[in-house]
Design a protein. Structure first.
Length: 593
């Protein structure tokens, strides 16, 4: 601990010295405290945690139960308590704040600053951080073989720096409420907010507004102000203090005990083992969407995380029961077919709590098994630049463009090149069983009269696309489609396929190109198919780490008409996995299988 602090101090000292080169009168760095203060603090902490004889900090069952850790904060310390709790929720049992909460910008510290002064400080804080980054005060220092996760920023491990920066923006500053509300919804059973009804600095309404729509655990003490160490304003506040403060203390204690028990149960079910694997659980089954889940879908089809995953389950179950076929079109390597290490990393970027991460991983594994078990009924369409996306565009960015936060929340133990290698090997195994289960779409060549492998007559589709785009219907305006991000399931009736004809993804691919141009240019006909549940399209949001919106169930026939044409073009021009060289991004052969 002392060494880690010394690393931070050295980095700060270097940054301040560089700042003084431009600003001679800038505040100097204070000298470090005496070493004895560290020794005493660490010794006290070890004694409190029962680690006097465990120099390595390891506990075993014979030592008794692990110590419970809780955080409490008053006023500005409450923001710090929330930040600590939400940074290490797997360690901290509970978080209780007194006269604290809400967005930092909504505080009104009238007792020691004018509101405009306070807003100026908050406004300048973000720009100060940005300026420090632009001037290079947060320098990245690479270690060992140059791998980015081996480096440090200002004395802090790279991954930890990104994580703490995310926590500062999302929890401490709360510049936008979406991510903070998601965090509160995940952890509110272990959190308590106590506010004063007569507090001019932290208003109860601002604390409520910062929470999720279905609320937080909040106790409002009427008539109580903010500064508890001073004299009460009147007799009412004095009486409220004398009665409620002891009650609050007992409530905090009760919550801490209950939350610690919940955390122990949660860790026993969701904690990763020494090999970073999830605990062994009995296999879970997931059926089709039930009536309650159908009713829960938003009127415009918007899907939060839980409903989105259930909609995908529903599509796969339809395909696995030999009811129709399913095409998965993605502009990246689908999460569902990644290896376990990559899945865990992505799961931790989407969910804050361990239970959410575990459930998401188990859902992906279940869907992966269904895809691999039905290669003749499920076809994955990959983009021609899938390898570039995996190894470069999605390779450990500090702020993924698809994310509302800082992305993954656990140390990155995997390399993008390894992820791609394992994914390619899995695709090779799948296509050995069914050559059309994985295809590649390279729309750069355009849609001609004959497209894809095996070749299909796509003249009518191309003509419909030009009409939709309002361009001249001639070869001078080639149609070059790019993949939409969606899952599309279609029944035998939608494809207008005779009963004696065996339905596979390749048969469906050929038939789709015919019926879209012949039958479904009419919105009324398409609307009937949607209403009769013979076609189901689920779009996938590029905001991959936003649990409040993961995608949309297409319910509007006008949207479905355009999207279905787009889907058909991409499926038509696609080629089997073995016919495309994803490393060189070119066709291997121009002849069908």
């Amino acid at each position: 601990m002392r060494q880690a602090w010394q690393t931070l101090y050295t980095a700060s000292e270097s940054a301040v010295n560089e700042l003084h080169d431009d600003q001679k009168n800038a505040t100097a760095l204070r000298p470090p405290p005496p070493r004895e203060s560290f020794d005493q603090t660490i010794s006290s902490l070890r004694q409190l945690l029962g680690l006097e004889k465990k120099l390595g900090g390891e506990l075993d069952p014979n030592d008794g139960p692990e110590p419970d850790v809780h955080v409490l904060g008053y006023s500005l310390g409450g923001f710090m308590a929330q930040s600590v709790f939400m940074s290490w929720p797997f360690l901290i049992g509970s978080c209780s704040t007194l006269l604290s909460g809400g967005a930092l910008r909504e505080l009104a510290p009238t007792a020691f600053a004018d509101p405009e002064e306070w807003q100026t400080v908050l406004h300048s804080l973000r720009y100060e951080l940005d300026d420090a980054m632009l001037r290079g005060r947060y320098q990245f220092e690479s270690q060992r073989d140059g791998r980015i996760e081996q480096g440090q920023v200002s004395g802090i491990e790279f991954d930890l720096f990104l994580f703490l920066k995310s926590t500062f923006y999302e929890v401490f500053q709360q510049e936008y409420r979406g991510s903070f509300q998601t965090r509160l919804a995940s952890f509110r059973r272990r959190m308590l907010f106590v506010v004063g009804g007569n507090d001019p600095i932290v208003r109860p309404q601002s604390v409520l507004d910062s929470g999720p729509p279905d609320g937080i655990n909040m106790l409002t003490v009427g008539g109580m102000g903010h500064f508890l160490e001073g004299r009460s304003r009147d007799e009412e506040e004095e009486q409220q203090r004398s009665f409620w403060l002891p009650q609050i203390g007992e409530l905090v204690d009760t919550l801490a005990n209950e939350a610690a028990e919940k955390l122990r149960e949660n860790r026993s079910e969701n904690w990763l083992d020494a090999d970073w694997s999830l605990p062994t659980r009995p296999p879970s089954e997931s059926g089709p969407l039930n009536a309650a889940e159908r009713m829960a879908v938003d009127g415009n089809g918007a899907l939060p995380a839980s409903l989105f995953q259930r909609c995908l389950d529903d599509l796969l179950i339809r395909a696995s029961t030999r009811s129709g076929i399913l095409f998965i079109l993605r502009n990246e390597v689908p999460t569902v077919l990644l290896d376990d290490g990559a899945i865990q990393q992505l799961a931790a970027g989407l969910h804050h709590d361990d239970a959410g991460i575990t459930d998401y991983i188990e859902g992906l594994r279940r869907r992966r098994d269904l895809i691999l078990a039905n290669p003749d009924r499920v076809s994955l369409i990959l983009p021609w630049n899938a390898r570039t996306i995996t190894e470069q565009m999605d390779a450990h960015p500090g702020h993924p463009s698809q994310s509302e936060g800082a992305g993954g929340q656990i140390p990155k133990r995997i390399q993008p090149s390894d992820v791609w290698k394992r994914f390619s090997e899995r695709c090779e195994q799948v296509v050995k069983e069914s050559p059309y289960a994985v295809r590649v779409c390279d729309g750069r060549r355009g849609v001609g009269e004959l497209s894809g492998l095996p070749e299909l007559d796509t003249a009518a589709l191309a003509s419909a696309a030009r009409k939709r785009l309002r361009v001249s219907d001639d070869e001078s305006h080639p149609v070059t489609p790019s993949l939409p991000d969606c899952w599309v399931w279609m029944s035998r009736k939608f494809l207008d396929l005779k009963r004696d004809k065996k339905l596979t993804v390749e048969v469906g691919r050929k038939r789709l190109c015919e019926v879209v141009s012949q039958k479904y240019g009419d919105e009324d006909a398409l609307s009937k198919r949607l209403q009769k549940d013979q076609l189901r399209i689920v779009t996938v949001s590029r905001s991959r780490y936003n649990p409040r919106f993961r995608g949309r169930l297409v319910v509007d026939p006008r949207v479905a008409k355009t999207l279905l044409l787009h889907i058909s073009l991409c499926i038509a021009v696609s080629v089997p996995f073995d016919n495309y060289d994803l490393d060189r991004q070119t066709l291997r052969a121009l002849s069908p299988l």
